[in-house]
Write a protein of this length. Structure first.
Length: 340
């Protein structure tokens, strides 16, 4: 059996500025990456698709986000899809009324775990789907007990699909202080644990248990592209990752001799440029901002760009004020009309 694994899509997440179409630039990038994920998975030989939570960025997403999710998931109708809700999908009000946003694409090939633990069995494999919930300590402990009871005495290969952090990971990064920490002794009762929530992907063994965090579809805090669907062969336990071209941070130290060359080469990423000069070509700058997910130019407060220098970000209006002071108010007025 071959699994396709994804997590932390955060569909609808908004950051930075808007597109010319007025849709938020980061939000559009999220939809584009999701398209690539689904296309890659649809063309794969995976039998089961695993979604480890945080499908949406908020528990009550926009019609744009839900429509995108519904339309794309229809392309996986020939595969079984197992989904757990994450902390961003959680809402106390929605739980009270039995609703969760991941249900918007509910279909016969989909098994969704919204607030309660759900099991699914296929071809000698028992999947336990345990969604993230905000709850009392006692109720969370009861979930661990319920999970153990569901797999007790089972001779099947056992796979836990969940959202949160393992005890092992929490001990490595105590600053996380996440309440939903899954005990290692529970983890080790499974053959495989697939877990969402941490945006940076990782894989490790806890005794004989393989733990996989696929990471987010866009890791906007990473300085390299390392995201894409993961594939796991449950027979051989071999892992494969199809790395896709997704937005990440590109940091650049520029000077008067190369700043405009860098602006000419800007792509759809998140740029942080350290630049102390005053030789920016206006047209290249504006075009670069249109192409990038986000482009920030930081002015060094000292003559050099050594590791000891401090920087402050310069906004578009600050740059205009320094270079074209007579045009600032006219541009502000145009922007206000556009925003309305």
């Amino acid at each position: 059996m071959r699994l396709a694994i994804m997590s932390d899509l955060h569909l609808g997440k908004r950051m930075y500025r808007n597109e010319d179409s007025y849709l938020n630039r980061f939000e559009q990038a999220g939809y584009d990456v999701f398209d690539s994920y689904i296309e890659n998975i649809a063309q794969s030989d995976a039998d089961i698709v695993i979604n480890c939570g945080d499908t949406f960025d908020v528990p009550n997403p926009t019609i744009i986000a839900t429509s995108k999710y519904i339309n794309e998931m229809q392309k996986l109708q020939n595969k079984t899809v197992l989904t757990v809700s994450g902390n961003h999908d959680f809402s106390f009000a929605n739980r009270q009324y039995g609703y969760n946003s991941i249900l918007c694409a509910d279909a016969s090939n989909m098994i969704n775990a919204t607030y309660d633990i759900v099991t699914y069995e296929k071809d000698g494999v028992l999947f336990v789907l345990m969604p993230y919930v905000y709850d009392t300590d006692d109720n969370i402990l009861q979930r661990w007990t319920t999970c153990e009871r569901l797999i007790a005495n089972s001779k099947l290969k056992k796979v836990l699909v969940t959202h949160g952090v393992t005890e092992h990971y929490a001990n490595m990064f105590p600053e996380l202080k996440d309440k939903y920490v899954i005990p290692d002794d529970l983890v080790e009762k499974f053959d495989v644990v697939l877990i969402g929530h941490i945006h940076n992907p990782f894989t490790y063994y806890s005794h004989n248990t393989l733990v996989i965090s696929p990471g987010a579809s866009i890791d906007y805090q990473a300085d390299e592209c390392h995201t894409g669907p993961m594939y796991l062969d449950l027979d051989t336990m071999e892992i494969e990752r199809n790395v896709l071209d997704t937005p990440h941070i590109i940091s650049i130290d520029a000077d008067d001799t190369n700043i405009n060359d860098y602006l000419s080469s800007v792509t759809r990423a998140i740029y942080k440029i350290n630049y102390a000069g005053n030789n920016i070509d206006e047209n290249l700058y504006l075009e670069a901002r249109r192409r990038a997910i986000n482009l920030s130019i930081q002015r060094a407060t000292v003559d050099d760009l050594s590791s000891t220098s401090t920087t402050t970000e310069i906004s578009l209006y600050d740059w205009l004020q320094a270079n074209y002071p007579d045009d600032v108010e006219a541009i502000r007025k145009i922007q206000l009309e556009v925003d309305v």
